[in-house]
Structure formats: structure tokens, C-alpha cells
Design a protein around this ligand. Sequence first.
Ligand code: NAD
Length: 740
Amino acid sequence: MKINNVVVIGSGTMGSGIAAQLCNANIPVTLLDLTTEISEKARERIHKSRPPLLLDKSKINQINVGNINENFDLVKNADWIVEAVVERIDIKHNIYEKIFKHRKNGSIVSSNTSSIPLDILAEKLSDDDKKDFCITHFFNPVRYMGLLEIVKNKHNDLDKINYLKEFCEEDLGKGAIICNDTPGFLGNRIGVYAMQVAMTEAFRMKLSIEEADAIFGRPMGIPKTGVFGLYDLIGIDLMADVLKSFIKELPENDEFQIVAKEIPLVKKLIETGYTGRKGKGGFYRMNKIENKKVLEAINLETGEYSTAKKIDLKIDKVDLVSLVNRNDRYGEYAWSVISKIIKYASSLVPGITDKFNDIDEAMRLGFNWVKGPFEMLKEIGVDNFFAKIENFQNNKFLENLSKSKDENFYGERQLYTNIETLGKIKPRATKLEKNDSAEIYRFKDFNIVEFTTKANALDYDSMDCLKKATDKPLIIMNESMQFSAGVNLTYTMNFAEKGDFKSIEKFVKYFQDTCKQLKYSNYPVISAPSGLTLGGGFEVLVQSNFVASHTNIVIGLVETMVGLVPAGGGCKEMLARWLDTEEAKKDPNFAPLKVFDIIGYAKTATSPVEAEPLKYLRPEDKKIMNRNSLFEVSKKILDDNNEFKAPSEIKFNLPGKEVKDKMISALEKLYNEKIILDHGMEVGKELANVLSGGNTTIDKSLSEDDMYKLELESFMRLIENNKTQDRIKHTLKTGKPLVN
Ligand code: NAD
């Protein structure tokens, strides 16, 4: 069979997300709801969504819309019908009756339910229809969340389930894990349990919500929203409904029941409209005091709000051993939460899955955890874990492990997919080098560099690994959320605050040398980005010989926002790309002005489709829906280029003063309209200086080194300026740009 046409019924949050992802995969899709007006509104929502659900907004009309009364005939043509209506069994049963009356023979029908068991959904279907019916549980937002749980039972046609899995992996880019029909499947069963443990332990140990979130967050390899922040994000009322459903579905003696009990403070929050970010606030709220917005946090004992405190545990890297061995309340909390999660997850093996590995992957893909419970256990160490744990009765997995004491119990990773992923090959590769910011792996006859800092911000050490790794063909990629958010601004500011500009200059030069090495070494270099690929991260990519890009990227040169200009070759490479156009051949001002516009406004693209017109990506760069495939595609590029020859150096003929004047008059216009202020003008002038070629004329050829030099000079003048430093400090503190 082949899926060439899909109908999605229910155009709410999930239905529209699924339809958008099908549109991203160029699969014809129709959204049906109670009325066409509702589905049309859904289409508008998709169009306006941020972060965008569509890779290419101009394709919005490829999503057809209709209603279930007049347009149900469309179901006849569909190869796959996805039901994503409200979580009510009576409504779902009615829809299935209609679908199975109309659908063509053999088509797949699935529900997006998050909590209703497959057996109950399918109870009114004939045995023949049951073969084609399963649950496809997508996560919100569909484009960005990696996990898709496909729930099957004994009635299913397994070939069809496997085909659906392959389609969802290859075409829709999902990490598709096949699960048994158990309450909450894998992700939510463990994920919601983990949240409840983190919450109830914070109550029990009298931790503030800021403290709990500071621990059950980055230090544990969990997104920084922590537990209370995540509760507010999901909706406290929605979480209460989810818990009710777990309480109903799970046996009375399931450990989940203990942590799912109603908490009086939570009940009160819901009753008073404090349902989280969508309501008046939740555990956190924004308050206005003397006309200033202040973030407040609730006191778990009194229910009163006061200004939220910043808790900085000064932990940049996940280090569970140090965390659980801390001799303070934080260490105690971390151990209590982690050990309970490990105990619970392992107690469910083999009941909910015989591959414990899948639980870890579900947590990684569905909750963005760096490590799942079993990898946490592996990191803590089997010996260490059993020395600390008090009891683990009726837990076959832990009982066996306590006997074998096998530190290598984990085995292979990512068993759910047949794709050869970076995660799978890393344990088989040799780690050649590791510093605070990056690691070099040797696999077969090539190297892989993985950045390892927060948001993969770049510093001297990151460059050091890249440079050393060019002694073989090289793939630059990683398993974390971001390829790289750019140069580490804290690192740069630490020097600036001491007035040590020499060290900054040395770093930028090293950055340039490294990028030059990436571009011109004798071996091919491939960047395989996913997520943020900004500033210095983009400069690494743009000076790699090949690119294999995930379709979920945010890419661009954003240096001007923090009062700088790209100085790692970003200006140079963007100029080169725009100089290589028909327009530039006719008009020498065309390329510099175009790049001035792109870098000056710090334009970013949120997909390869948006990136190409800006020339952040080239048509020949590979664009890949499934992040898991980045490694295989990169490896194939290496295989196809074993006769690789480094490119020859580029020459730049730039107009100098003539185009610089044009740029400055554009800046003056913005200044007079108060769109930019004094320092914006300064930054713009420096950028104009670099992109015009400085003190040059069109008949003079500048080398790449000349361009690097111009970038560096402007960068140094700007970083020494207090107003650039103010911008950087502001961005580091608030995450937002400062207009000065
Ligand atoms: P939603 O409330 O946003 O949307 C439901 C849509 O169904 C609405 O547009 C409604 O008009 C439509 N609808 C209701 N009755 C209908 C009918 N008889 N025929 C056609 N359309 C009908 O809900 P949602 O959040 O998108 O959830 C949909 C399903 O996905 C639910 O089963 C839910 O449990 C599940 N789910 C939700 C999330 C999430 O984060 N929101 C995540 C995973 C799974």
C-alpha cells in the first residue's frame, strides 16, 4: 500500500498540526470538522502559527478544508484517516461508525487519543475493521516534537502497522515507536509520573517552586521549564484531567496512584482561574508593580505569591553522579525524584514494553529529556545506584540487575528505528578527544565533532576540536536540540569586562583560522544542523563543504542584534554567495546591498524553504525531514565524494565608498524614522564598511584573508564599545535584544 491522500477529522490543536506536517511532506490532506468555518479557522491558525507549523507558508492552500456533513465522501479516497476530535468516547465512536461505512477497503484509520485505550476505541468495530485501526499519538507541536507513538494490539495487521511506521518516519520525520495498548502508552505514562513525583516531592521536602525547577531542569537534562513551569505551560486544568484519566485507567496498586492524588493548592488554583499561562497565571504569574512587569512565584505552603527568585546552581552540564551525591537538600531532592522515576519506569518492564530502551527514547523525543530513566541509571552507575537505593520489591528488572550488577546492561540505543543514527554509532566509535565544549569521535575512516555546551555555544575549545578533526573527512553534528546558537557571549563578555580585548581578538582569529581550515582542508567537511544554527553556528556551516540540514532549523546571522558584525567569515561567505548571481554580474552594488539588508536586519529563516531565498542554504544542500537520518545522509555524501578536492579561494571585487554611501543613507533614513538609535547607526556603519570592502575600488581584488581582516577590525571596534557590551549584557540577562 501507499499513503497518497489523507483525511484528518477534527481541526483543533492536534488535527491542524498533523495536517500541517502532512502538507510539509507534500501529501494531499483534507481537514474536516463540524463546520467548514471551523476548519478554515484552523487553516488560518496554521498560517499564523509561531513557531511556524509549515515549512513553506505559501503552501497553506494545499491543505483542503471541509465539514463532516457535506464532505465526508472524501474519506472514500483517503489511504489514511486520522481522527483528532475531542477526547470523548461517544463522539469518537460515532465518527468511527461513519468512517468505516465510507472508507475504501484496506485504508488505515487511526485515532490521536492521548488516553483512551485502543480496545475501548475499537470495541464496536468488526474484527476485519480492527485490523486496520490503531492509535497514532502525535505530540504538540507536531512539526517540532519528535515522538509519535503507534499503539497496536493483537487484532492489527502488523505489515500495515510497520508500513505506517515507515511512512511516519520517512515522510513525516517522526521518531515512531510502536507500543502496546497500556494507559498513557510510554511517553505520558513515565513523563507525567515524573512530573508528579517532582511536584509531590517538592511539597514534601518544602522546596520552593524555583528551587524544584532549578533541579528538575537543566541539571537533570530536562528542559528548563522544570516541573512547575511545565505545568503552567501545559495548563493546570488539563493536567488535572490527564491525572483523572490515569487514576481511572490504572490499577489501584499502581505507584502512579500515590503521586496523582489531588493536591488542595492545585484544586484551588484551577477554581480561581489560575490555570497557567493561558489563564491568570499559575504557579508563576506576571504581576504589574509600579508599572513594571514582575515575575512572581507561588509559595507552596501559603499559596501567596512573591517575586520569583533566581536559583543558580552553577551547573552547566548534566552530571547526575555529582547531583545525587550532593550533601544538601538539592542533592536529596534530586536523588529522591530520579530514583523514584527509575524505580517506576523499570517496574513497567516488560508490562508496557519489553524494550526498556524505548522508554528512554520516548522521553527524549516526547519530553526533550537528554537522557531517559534507564540512561540515568547507567550514568549513576549500577553499583552506586544499588548502594543508595533502599528497596525495590516486586521489581523484576531491578532485582535481576541487582544480582548481575552488570554496568553494561544498557546495550544498543535507539532500537526503535532501523536508521543508522548518530546515537547508535557513537558507542561503536572511538572518542579521540574531549574538552569542555566538544568531542571528536573517529568512526571508520572519518571524524565526527559533537559540540557539548549549553545551546552548543561556541568558544575556543569548540574551535580546537573542529580544527584538530580536519585530519580526516569530518561530519559536524550532534544529538542535542541546537546545532549551535552562536559564539558563547558569556565567554566573550568575561574577557570584555576585564578589558582583556587581546584574548577576544585571539579567539576571533582562531575562529577564522578554524573556519578556513574547514573550508580548505584536503578532506570534505559536512555540517548536519538541526535547531538553532545562528551567528557563529551558521559561520561553521557556511564554511563547510557540504550541508545536510534537518527541516527544523532556525538559521541566520544575528550578530547585529547584540551590536556586533559576523566576524568568523559570515559577511565574506554571504557576499560570495550573492556575488555569484546574475544580478550581481550586472550591478556591482547588488550583492553588498542585499547582504547588508539580510545581516543588518539579522534576518532568520525557520526552515530550509525560507533559508534558500536568503542564500543561508543552497539548492544543492540536502534537506531532511527525519532528524535521525542526518547521519546516514552525511555519510552518503562522504561516500559520494571520496575524490574530493578542496575548493579554490574566492576573490572579491567590491565597490567600496560608492556602495558604502548608499548603505549609510539607508541607515540615516532608519535613524530619522527612529527605527534605529545611536548605536544601531554605529553597528550599521561597521557592517557597511565590511560589506563594501572598506577602502577599496571595484577593480581591486580582495582575498578571503582581506575580508576576514575587515570583519575582525569592525568586530573589535564594536566589542570595545560600551554600548555593544550593554546590548550583550541585556541579551544575556533577558534573552531579548536591547535597542540603543
Ligand atoms: P481540540 O479541542 O483542540 O480540537 C478538537 C476539534 O474536534 C475541534 O476543532 C472540534 O470542533 C472538533 N470536533 C468535535 N467533535 C467533532 C466531530 N463530531 N466531528 C468533527 N470534528 C469534531 O483538541 P486537541 O487538543 O486537538 O485534541 C484532539 C485529540 O488529540 C484528543 O483525542 C486529544 O486527547 C489528543 N491529543 C491532544 C494533545 C494536545 O496536546 N492537545 C496531544 C496529544 C493528543
